[in-house]
Design a protein around this ligand. Sequence first.
Ligand SMILES: Cc1cc2nc3c(=O)[nH]c(=O)nc-3n(C[C@H](O)[C@H](O)[C@H](O)COP(=O)(O)O)c2cc1C
Length: 201
Amino acid sequence: MFYRPEDGHGLPHNPFNAMVTPRPIGWISTRGADGRDNLAPYSFFNAVAYVPPQVMFSSTSAKPDRDGTKDSVSQIRETGVFCVNIVEYAMRDAMNASSASLPAGEDEFLHAGLEKEQCRTIDCPRVAGTPGALECKLTQIVQLPGEANFAVFGEVTGLHLRDDCIVDGIFDITTFQPLSRLGYRDYARITEVFSLKRPDD
Ligand SMILES: Cc1cc2nc3c(=O)[nH]c(=O)nc-3n(C[C@H](O)[C@H](O)[C@H](O)COP(=O)(O)O)c2cc1C
């Protein structure tokens, strides 16, 4: 089949994000100017550069109690910092609970029963016990076509790696099985890894 987005797909559910898979999940923690903490998962998320290390995530749609966006982007606008927490399979239910659309100012850490730790290079909480976390300073927010679509870019200023995830000098994802987002309500966890040498190696 072929369709143009403006014509509609005619399927029971939108196939778009099922075609761009698997997507990593950036579990974004922020602290508002009023000191209130927020946490939410974003699967329009990726690393975008090595030197300096940079990441991005994209927020779509708005909450009625925020200024044309959702809590995460709104708080990042206020403070210029955010933290990306890595989601392991074991934390899938807490991650999902933190996606609830709570009123602005309500803390998803509490809602999802999660402990906090303080970031070291930015004034921001992070999820305690995750396999890894990236402390980030905002570089730019790009308004994308459509309503309330924003891509948020950040430079990584500090990296946390859980000690048990470092095996023989590598960040060994098989120890924690990162959760990734598929289409619909589907997810995958990484259980098998293989390597390929590059032509120029
Ligand atoms: C696994 C997962 C991935 C998600 N990815 C995105 C995303 O990339 N962009 C987005 O705008 N919302 C995404 N959502 C929905 C947000 O998490 C949800 O709207 C949340 O309430 C936003 O929280 P906030 O207002 O505290 O930022 C995702 C939800 C889940 C469960």
